[in-house]
Write a protein that binds this ligand. Structure first.
Ligand SMILES: Cc1cc2nc3c(=O)[nH]c(=O)nc-3n(C[C@H](O)[C@H](O)[C@H](O)COP(=O)(O)OP(=O)(O)OC[C@H]3O[C@@H](n4cnc5c(N)ncnc54)[C@H](O)[C@@H]3O)c2cc1C
Length: 416
């Protein structure tokens, strides 16, 4: 069978790409070594973050760096092997986090974020996934007055008039979340436009199922090699190979493994995160995802229970799980809401695919015809999957992309 397009990687990004292509007339094979939505797109905090117009920059102040070094923080951890392996990418991340680059990066980033809800809305409606979506926003909890004041100031000066928020006093917060303990808190901000997905892995599966109903094929196999055949591509998996006119690499944090043998050296690095679910009982029901800004974790009501997700760990893709950060987060999370019985025996972990300039890579590969890259969505791959899906479809089908893809070009690190 000759396909028009093979999309490799069935996370939120690859599945959205496959869906858009199939819907617009291509014959598509979506290939993944696992079932759709089983890796990082399964275990995230479930936020489709319309308000996320600011980049997750590397701390530049010496005082903050010094706090990170002892490796005891709840929001950021590192393994030495991870830092050494990705040192060049991390140095670039540090560089791009300076005032010299950040304003332009955030302006370019916001051109994608602006469309995240509208693009999910199209897919949610067509795939009948409304039962997985709650349009309640999320709440940013603050433990420290200085940080709360700075956050409020940032919110007040938000350049995007479509973003809605409400500052909450501790008593106002308590009124909408009666089960949480507010004694450690000084206030909160309720971001209203954001959607919560109460089972992100299931949302990917629903999108993938609808892709199949449109005539697309889902294959489960690990891709081992890619080879150009004239203008098209041969994709090799164990005991089989497939032919297509175009190939899209959407393998998240693992994308390096497929593009390196083709001669591409992009500074992609993984940022690990963990989660654990706790049983929901009458006395720990919460109505919104809660983001503890000081400690850097999220507690969200999910179909599986209350999901506690951690911030960043700079580590290797194949290293053992290191549970110290999650354990410390759980102590802080239990100060806010009762978490008695864990649902799983072992915590989940996944890898955010990150680029040093905090922007995803979306576009044509610069050395080969009919090869496309779509990875590097870092903290916002759930949010931006459908936007990326539409952009790749428009480019492959020779249309003008609805957002300029120049800032996300695959060759932007060539002159570094
Ligand atoms: C703790 C945590 C919280 C987060 N919270 C949020 C949030 O609230 N909102 C948000 O927008 N984002 C969030 N993120 C980020 C988001 O989850 C990721 O950006 C997103 O899942 C990346 O999607 P993806 O499709 O690129 O990658 P993935 O979902 O990782 O999918 C990549 C796929 O490629 C497959 N693959 C890899 N190599 C091969 C191969 N050789 N052959 C075949 N298949 C292969 C894998 O099996 C996998 O299924 C969070 C991440 C973490 C870790």
């Amino acid at each position: 069978m000759q396909y028009n397009v093979i999309v490799i990687g069935a996370g939120m990004v690859g599945t959205s790409i496959a869906w858009h292509l199939q819907k617009n007339g291509s014959k598509v094979l979506l290939l993944d070594k696992k079932a759709p939505g089983s890796e990082t797109s399964y275990g995230n905090a479930g936020l489709i973050q319309r308000e996320a117009i600011h980049a997750h920059a590397f701390p530049r102040q010496l005082s903050k760096l010094v706090q990170v070094l002892p490796n005891q923080r709840t929001d950021v951890r590192y393994s030495l092997s991870g830092v050494l392996r990705y040192s060049s990418a991390l140095l670039q991340y540090w560089k791009y986090s300076s005032d010299k680059y950040l304003p332009q990066i955030e302006q370019e980033w916001s051109t994608l974020i602006k469309h995240c809800i509208d693009e999910h809305a199209v897919m949610v409606a067509e795939t009948k996934a409304e039962h997985l979506i709650k349009k309640v926003g999320w709440i940013e909890l603050h433990r420290c007055q200085n940080e709360f004041d700075a956050a409020l100031n940032l919110a007040k000066n938000c350049p995007d008039p479509e973003i809605e928020y409400q500052a909450l006093s501790v008593s106002e917060l308590q009124a909408i979340e009666p089960n949480i303990n507010v004694s450690e808190l000084v206030g909160a901000i309720h971001w209203k436009n954001t959607w919560q997905v109460n089972n992100p892995g299931e949302l990917v599966r629903v999108y993938a199922k609808h892709f199949e109903q449109l005539g697309g094929e889902v294959g489960q196999a690990e891709v081992q090699a890619l080879q150009q055949t004239g203008k098209g591509w041969q994709v090799t998996v164990k005991d089989n190979s497939y032919l297509a006119d175009h190939v899209v690499i959407a393998t998240g944090a693992w994308s390096d493994k497929l593009i390196k043998p083709l001669g591409y050296e992009l500074p992609l690095f993984p940022m690990r995160g963990y989660h654990l679910h706790f049983k929901q009982e009458d006395d720990n029901v919460i109505h919104h995802p809660l983001f503890d800004m000081h400690k850097g974790f999220v507690i969200g009501p999910m179909q599986q229970g209350l999901r506690v997700t951690t911030g960043a760990e700079f580590s290797l893709l194949d290293s053992e799980k290191r549970l110290n950060q999650l354990n410390k987060v759980l102590v802080c999370a239990k100060q806010i809401v009762g978490l008695n019985e864990a649902v799983e025996a072992e915590p989940w972990s996944g890898f955010r695919p990150c680029m040093p300039d905090m922007k995803p890579v979306i576009g044509a590969a610069y050395q080969h015809q009919n090869l496309w890259f779509a990875f590097g969505h870092a903290h916002h791959g759930l949010t931006l999957g459908p936007v990326t899906g539409r952009l790749i479809e428009e480019m492959i089908h020779g249309k003008t992309p609805f957002v300029s893809t120049v800032p996300f070009a695959t060759n932007r690190f060539l002159s570094q």
